[in-house]
Ligand binder design. Structure first.
Ligand SMILES: [Zn+2]
Length: 139
């Protein structure tokens, strides 16, 4: 497979809540929402704050740094476009800004507690439809 050809992967459906998040990734950024009412950082994208119900949310560019909380090695993916890439590390990552997300880590040696960073090099951004992470060398 051509490394920049992501058409084989299932693609996210863009809606008004996730548009900024998905467009941010196309530019190599990890975008999070922040609530103007209680200042909470929010992930996943949604129309109102899950803490105080304010609909006054803005977008900020996250650092892209976080740590693996836990992970699974996927040997039997649920979509054939991933079959040639197994095992795939799917991790719960807690971001420096506070929210957690599920994302792939480009490593066969993932550990709980491992420092990770956004893998936002142009090839990865072009290839993967959602933000993806790699081990971070400096703690
Ligand atoms: Zn709030």
């Amino acid at each position: 497979m051509n490394i920049s050809d992501n058409r084989a992967y299932p693609q996210p459906v863009v809606d008004r809540d996730n548009r900024t998040y998905l467009e941010g990734w196309k530019n190599g950024s990890l975008m999070l929402q922040q609530c103007a009412g209680c200042h909470a950082m929010i992930f996943y994208p949604r129309p109102m704050c899950p803490h105080c119900w304010s609909d006054s949310l803005s977008w900020i560019k996250a650092s892209g740094r976080g740590r693996v909380v836990s992970y699974s090695m996927i040997h039997r993916p649920n979509h054939p476009s991933f079959n040639d890439e197994t095992p795939i590390a799917l991790a719960e990552i807690v971001l420096e800004e506070g929210p957690t997300l599920l994302a792939r880590v480009l490593s066969q040696d993932v550990k709980s507690g491992m420092a990770v960073e956004l893998a936002n090099d142009p090839e990865s951004v072009a290839r993967y439809p959602l933000p993806i992470f790699r081990p971070r060398l400096s703690e």
